[in-house]
Design a protein around this ligand. Structure first.
Ligand code: PEP
Length: 253
């Protein structure tokens, strides 16, 4: 949509075994050489990031962390340092993914702290909004999305927003096999863009990429990708097969 470069991201979660990483990249990387029409990223657990950075060197593939802490370093056993991720060469990091919020008690407040920490360290945050109605009780979905957006971006300057991507991934659509309709997703994306215009300004809002995620497949992806305010897709299950992932990348061109 508009002049925004489409962005297609595979989210491996913790699904890939060590011996599957190289074959996956061997399939995907040769097909990406010279990629300009679409930006392509893979989010993987920390274990694989060094190997992936090495393999992706000189290719357009963006390497994405799945989470990073709000402190740069220190006594936080088991956490991932945003400073170390950036030093390693990782470009993007998912912040506030639905599964982090649901299973690891991430809140709007920690999502905000993590977003600020990522930016402070030169990582580009992909901020996830999951539209979880249970957190806000009485609010309608549109209000929940806006609350999450506003909270996540508290203290993020207009200049820093150039590094931010927003992902709209409704809880009920992730991993459920039941995606949002393209119309629903477009409506949410338009609402997010309007809210970005209110928080910052219209010109800036028009430059921010907004992705849809939640049970995307090659079958439903084209309908999302042609929406005015949807600038790409974040894909879990359907991207575990590298050939299927390449199909999704092609569909975004
Ligand atoms: C995700 O994890 O971000 C996701 C969208 O998963 P799935 O495509 O499997 O619903």
């Amino acid at each position: 949509a508009q002049d925004r470069q489409p962005f297609v991201i595979a989210n491996w979660k913790i699904n890939m075994m060590p011996d599957q990483v190289a074959p996956y990249l061997d399939t995907v990387l040769p097909a990406l050489t010279g990629e300009k029409e679409v930006e392509v990223g893979i989010a993987a657990q920390d274990l694989y990031l060094s190997q992936m950075l090495q393999a992706a060197k000189g290719t357009p593939l963006a390497i994405v962390g799945e989470n990073s802490h709000w402190e740069d370093d220190g006594a936080f056993t088991g956490e991932t340092s945003p400073k170390a991720l950036a030093a390693l060469g990782v470009e993007y990091v998912l912040i506030g993914h639905f599964e982090r919020r649901k299973f690891f008690n991430e809140t709007d407040e920690t999502v905000n702290l993590k977003t600020l920490a990522a930016l402070r360290n030169g990582l580009k945050p992909i901020v996830d909004l999951d539209e979880d109605l249970s957190v806000y009780g009485h609010l309608v979905p549109e209000k929940v999305i806006l609350k999450q957006l506003q909270a996540a971006l508290d203290g993020v300057t207009a200049a820093a927003m150039a590094q931010v991507t927003i992902a709209y991934e409704p809880t009920w659509a992730i991993g459920s096999g039941s995606a949002a309709s393209a119309d629903q997703a477009q409506e949410a994306a338009a609402l997010i863009r309007q809210s970005l215009a209110n928080l910052y300004n219209r010109d800036l809002a028009n430059t921010i990429r907004i992705l849809y995620g939640g049970s995307v497949t090659p079958k439903n992806a084209p309908a999302f990708l042609c929406q005015q305010d949807i600038d790409g897709i974040l894909v879990g299950k359907a991207a575990l097969d590298p050939r299927q992932f390449l199909t999704l990348v092609d569909q975004a061109k």
